[in-house]
Design a protein. Structure first.
Length: 262
């Protein structure tokens, strides 16, 4: 199966996505039917393990939303499991230098170009797709997440790594790293994100970011972001339930402004 998401990025077509942190196949299916181009299944900040990821992938398999997986850590053994489950696109958190990015490329590729283990798995339809191994490397889309001062300092070098398809700026961790914890929408952080987007675009790679602020999200699109997450399932649920409760004099009214910014 070809990777339509990767093809869209290569063609310069913006892809709008939604974060999945609830760990529920049922809510994932609801979100997939909304019409988003991609859904990010988060293994870093959610109650999501490998069996749960499988259930969510199965729930959205009939939709047009492309499934992107985010492992909790940069670990070759875990990346192998995500790929074998059937994820064609991965977003790897906390990438801080070019050497780490190059190692991630190798983790996503079969020998001789990489170190991905060979096995019968869901990705190859349990061996029924006879051409899977010959085309798998070309269809894997590797997105690396830069979310620290160290990563920003190495951004140009990271972008120049062959096999990296896109770079995603993580506003929450980046804001903390820059000295503005919990203030991903502050002017000081936005300036750094804008600068990063320009560097990524100049390298020819796809730039990505998350913003649940609609106006800020549109701003990032105007700057040339190609894969943009515009909210989280948890944020939507928090804001929706708080709003409904408030109409009846209930609740705290303390919903997070951004709805979560991973």
């Amino acid at each position: 199966m070809s990777n339509n998401f990767k093809q869209a990025l290569a063609a310069g077509r913006p892809q709008i996505g939604l974060w999945q942190g609830l760990g529920s196949p049922y809510t994932a299916e609801i979100c997939a039917e909304a019409g988003f181009d991609w859904l990010l299944f988060d293994g870093e900040h959610s109650p999501t393990d490998i069996p749960n990821l499988l259930s969510q992938l199965q729930a959205v398999s009939g939709s047009k939303s492309h499934a992107v997986g985010r492992p909790p850590v940069d670990a070759p053994w875990l990346i192998k499991q995500y790929l074998d489950l059937g994820f064609q696109t991965l977003l790897i958190p906390m990438v801080n230098d070019a050497d780490q990015a190059a190692a991630l490329v190798r983790s996503c590729r079969y020998p001789p170009g990489g170190i991905r283990g060979v096995a019968t798995s869901r990705a190859s339809r349990w061996g029924r797709n006879k051409g899977y191994m010959s085309g798998a490397d070309d269809d894997i889309c590797l997105l690396v997440q830069v979310e620290s001062r160290q990563g920003l300092d190495a951004l140009e070098a990271i972008c120049n790594v062959e096999g990296v398809d896109g770079v995603f700026i993580g506003p929450a961790d980046l804001s903390a790293s820059l000295g503005y914890p919990g203030k991903a929408g502050s002017p000081e952080v936005i300036v750094e994100i804008e600068r990063a987007i320009a560097i990524i675009r100049a390298s020819g790679k796809a730039a990505g970011v998350l913003s649940a602020d609609v106006e800020l999200a549109r701003h990032y699109l105007e700057l040339g972001c190609l894969f943009l997450a515009v909210g989280t399932d948890m944020g939507l649920l928090v804001r929706g339930t708080d709003s409904l409760a408030a109409q009846f004099g209930r609740g705290t009214g303390q919903a997070p402004e951004s709805g979560g910014a991973y």
